[in-house]
Design a protein around this ligand. Structure first.
Ligand SMILES: C[S@@+](CC[C@H](N)C(=O)[O-])C[C@H]1O[C@@H](n2cnc3c(N)ncnc32)[C@H](O)[C@@H]1O
Ligand SMILES: *[C@@H]1O[C@H](CO)[C@@H](O)[C@H](O)[C@H]1NC(C)=O
Length: 371
C-alpha cells in the first residue's frame, strides 16, 4: 500500500514536471532527460516491494533493511541518481532565498552532509559542508605538497555539484589555485557559472562532462600528468563497491595527476568499501599517505544541522504548484521530503543510522600517485 502511494506520488511529481508545472526544473533536467525519462526513473526498481520495504539486493552487505516511509532509504540503485540530482539542483536554483532558523538568508549550494566541528561560524548555514571541503584539501600531505610546490596549485574536482566547495577553496583555502570543477549535471554547472565562477573568482572554471567521468569511457578534460590535486567529495562513487566505474574513474585520476600528485577523497560509504579501496588503489599505483575517520563528526554535523534541514524541506518544496493539488500534493510533498531528507542523511534516515552504527564510515584520505 505505502509502496503504491509512493509510486503514485513519484509519478505525479514526474508528470507535473513533464507537463511544465515547473519549467525551470525541466530546463535543469535537459542533460539527462534523453537517456532516462523522469517518470520511469522515479519509479522504484523491483527492490522496493508492495509494502514499501526496500529489499536490497544482498541483505548481508547492506547493514539492514529500512522502510522508505520511515527512514527514507533510497540507495544508489533504487532510483536513477541523475534524475534526483537534476531535481535537487533545479530546486536549489529555484530557491535562491532560503531562510535559516537563525534568520539568515542564503542560497544553499552545497550538496554535502559535511562534518563537525566546523571552523565556520554557527550563523553560516553551510558551515558543515565548508568544514568538509576545507579539511579535505588541507590534509597534512596536501599542505606539505603546496608549500613545496611554490607555485599555484592545479586542482581538478570530479562531481563538484554547484561547485560550492570549489568556490570556497578558490576564494579562501587555496586562493591562487587554478581549479577545474567537473560535474555531469547541467543545472549544477549553470548555478556554478551564475554565482561561483564569476569574474572576481578567476581561478574557478566549471565544466559539464556529459554522463560523467568514467562512464562509457569518458575522460576528464585534462592532459596527462598535469594536475597537483584531484578532489572527490561526497560523490556517489564507490558507495556500493569498487566496480568497473570506480576503476575507470581511478584510472582517469591517475592519468591526469602529476607524479607525486594527490587524490584527495572524502565520503561516507560502507566501511567495507573503504577496505576494498585499500586494496584497489595500491594495485594501480597509489599510496595512502593520510587517512582520517570523520564518522562521529559527520553524525554530529547532521544533528547540529537538523533544524535547518527541516526548514529547507518546506522552503524548497513550497514553490511547486503540484504540492498544492488535492491528494497528489500531500503525497508529492512526502516523497520530496524523503528524497531531500535521505540526501542529507537527516537524523532518522537509513543513511544517518548507517553512520551511527559505523556500517558507513566518513573518511578523508590522501592517496599519492607514485608512478
Ligand atoms: C552528493 S553530490 C555532491 C556535490 C558536491 N561534491 C558537494 O559536496 O556539494 C554528487 C555529485 O557528483 C556528481 N557525479 C557523480 N558521478 C559523477 C561522475 N562520474 N562524473 C562527474 N560527476 C559525477 C553528481 O552529478 C552530483 O552532482
Ligand atoms: C570509523 O569510525 C567508526 C566509529 O565512529 C567505526 O565504526 C568505523 O569502523 C571506522 N571506519 C574505519 C574505516 O576505520
Amino acid at each position: 500500500m505505502l509502496g503504491k502511494l509512493v509510486l503514485i506520488a513519484a509519478i505525479a511529481f514526474g508528470v507535473a514536471l513533464k507537463l511544465g508545472f515547473i519549467p525551470d526544473v525541466l530546463t535543469g533536467l535537459s542533460s539527462n532527460h534523453d537517456h532516462s525519462p523522469l517518470d520511469r526513473d522515479l519509479q522504484p526498481r523491483e527492490s522496493v516491494d508492495a509494502d514499501g520495504v526496500v529489499r536490497e539486493k544482498d541483505a548481508g552487505t547492506t547493514g539492514g533493511e529500512f522502510k522508505f516511509e520511515e527512514d527514507g532509504d533510497i540507495e544508489n540503485d533504487d532510483y536513477a541518481q541523475s534524475s534526483i540530482y537534476a531535481i535537487l539542483y533545479a530546486m536549489y536554483k529555484n530557491t535562491p532565498n532560503l531562510v535559516s532558523p537563525l534568520g539568515i538568508k542564503y542560497q544553499f549550494t552545497f550538496n554535502t552532509w559535511g562534518i563537525a566541528p566546523s571552523p565556520y561560524p554557527v550563523e553560516d548555514p553551510q558551515r558543515h559542508g565548508k568544514a568538509a571541503y576545507a579539511a579535505l584539501v588541507t590534509q597534512p600531505p596536501a599542505v606539505e605538497y603546496a608549500e613545496k610546490l611554490g607555485k599555484p596549485l592545479e586542482i581538478m574536482e570530479i562531481g563538484c555539484g554547484t561547485a560550492a566547495g570549489a568556490n570556497l577553496i578558490t576564494r579562501e583555502v587555496w586562493p591562487t589555485s587554478k581549479y577545474l570543477a567537473l560535474d555531469m549535471q547541467q543545472a549544477a554547472i549553470n548555478t556554478c557559472n551564475m554565482i561561483h565562477a564569476t569574474p572576481d573568482n578567476p581561478g574557478l572554471t566549471c565544466q559539464l562532462v556529459p554522463n560523467g567521468v568514467g562512464n562509457d569511457g569518458n575522460k576528464a578534460p585534462r592532459e596527462d600528468s598535469s594536475v597537483d590535486f584531484v578532489v572527490i567529495s561526497e560523490t556517489h562513487i564507490a558507495d556500493i563497491a569498487i566496480g568497473d566505474l570506480e576503476k575507470a574513474i581511478f584510472k582517469e585520476i591517475r592519468r591526469v595527476l602529476k607524479p607525486g600528485g594527490l587524490f584527495l577523497w572524502g565520503n561516507a560509504i560502507p566501511t567495507r568499501v573503504w577496505e576494498e579501496a585499500d586494496v584497489a588503489l595500491p594495485e594501480i599505483g597509489f599510496e595512502l599517505v593520510n587517512s582520517f575517520n570523520h564518522t562521529k563528526g559527520a553524525v554530529i554535523a547532521r544533528d547540529e544541522d537538523y533544524d535547518r534541514v527541516e526548514a529547507v524541506m518546506d522552503q524548497l518544496l513550497a514553490p511547486y504548484p503540484v504540492m498544492k493539488l488535492p491528494y497528489f500534493g500531500e503525497r508529492c510533498h512526502k516523497v520530496g521530503e524523503r528524497l531531500i531528507a535521505n540526501f542529507y542523511r537527516h537524523p532518522g534516515t537509513a543513511l544517518y543510522l548507517k553512520m551511527v552504527t559505523g556500517y558507513d564510515s566518513y573518511m578523508h584520505q590522501a592517496w599519492k600517485n607514485v608512478k
